[in-house]
Design a protein around this ligand. Structure first.
Ligand SMILES: [Zn+2]
Length: 329
């Protein structure tokens, strides 16, 4: 993803931070140190409040990372390779190099993230409750209780948000795996789940408009008043979700078209050579697999510039096939 910085490498996976995350970090620190902690603990000094807020924000960051790592490690168990994790505005994205191989794989992979957030959430609340109980004897536990209580709640919110059944949110993936598993048709399942994603985006847009212009809507008996910042948040969520859902629809349509066209239909002539600049993925699909060729001449115009062999192609990792031209192998 452009605009992201590599900060670590865990379990062989690159951990990146998108620049938007730095903004979120400061927003979380400011809202904690200016509002949430001073309201709860007016006796805390500004300095103490700020330090505790920064620690809380870092732990929040770590729990979002744990959520993404859970997705990635389960994905790997099902033999999907994960190259990197990028933490960005609305959480994280684990970059899978291909779609899940089965409905079962997708279900476990998608559920692992929210499951981890729920675990951290429950643990946080348990720690907060026990430190509150011990507070009269150990006063220094107040800070632990405050941090644990915030982390507990925010992780449950993260789990709940991600479980909204709109693809490509985790809940949408769980929904897709269920439809896929029952009906056996991934394309149809993606279509339904992605439409769900667009619908959820529409709902968030409605909420955003409500916060912005104060329609005085009531949702489940909760009164929603005008609040511009909240409105901006929901607007951003709506925008990202709609884009992602629409992209998933288009991508599924594309793989479907390419997947159903026979190799013979793609090739007009019986060429047994390739041209400079052809991607390895195309070479394998069009020449190596259908014709079982072991070595293919590479042409630039009418000039022969080299020969690419199966051995050369093996040296390039499979997930780079679609972006590596034959010249580089
Ligand atoms: Zn997730």
């Amino acid at each position: 993803m452009p605009g992201s910085i590599r900060v670590a490498r865990l379990f062989g996976i690159d951990i990146n931070i998108h620049i938007s995350w730095i903004l979120i970090f400061f927003l979380v620190v400011i809202s904690l140190s200016e509002t949430i902690y001073p309201d709860q603990f007016p006796q805390w000094s500004r300095q103490k409040s700020l330090v505790v807020s920064a620690v809380t924000a870092l732990l929040f960051f770590a729990s979002v990372l744990a959520h993404e790592l859970a997705h990635s490690l389960v994905a790997r168990r099902f033999r999907m390779s994960v190259s990197s994790i990028t933490l960005f505005l609305l959480g994280g994205v684990a970059n899978l190099t291909r779609e899940p191989p089965s409905a079962r794989a997708e279900f476990f992979m998608a559920a692992a993230g929210p499951f981890t957030s729920v675990l951290i959430g429950v643990a946080g609340i348990l720690v907060a409750l026990s430190s509150d109980a011990l507070l009269p004897t150990v006063p220094s536990l107040q800070v632990v209780g405050a941090v644990a209580s915030y982390l507990g709640e925010i992780n449950l919110v993260v789990a709940a948000f991600n479980l909204i059944p709109g693809f490509p949110l985790d809940g949408g993936r769980v929904l897709r795996s269920a439809i896929w598993g029952i009906g056996g048709d991934r394309t149809r399942a993606t279509r339904i789940a992605a439409r769900g994603g667009q619908l959820v985006a529409g709902f968030f847009l409605l909420l955003a408009a409500n916060f912005f212009f104060g329609f005085d809507l009531q949702v489940f008996g909760v009164e929603l008043g005008p609040n511009q910042v909240q409105g901006l948040w929901y607007g951003l969520i709506a925008y990202f979700l709609f884009n992602a859902a629409t992209q998933s629809l288009q991508q599924e349509r594309l793989t479907n078209i390419v997947g159903t066209v026979r190799v013979g239909q793609l090739m007009t002539t019986d060429v047994r050579s390739t041209t400079s600049g052809t991607m390895i993925a195309g070479l394998i699909r069009d020449l190596v697999l259908p014709m079982n060729l072991r070595a293919i001449p590479v042409l630039a115009g009418d000039r022969l510039i080299g020969l690419v062999t199966i051995g050369d192609l093996r040296k390039v990792e499979q997930d780079r096939w679609s972006i590596t031209p034959v010249d580089e192998s």
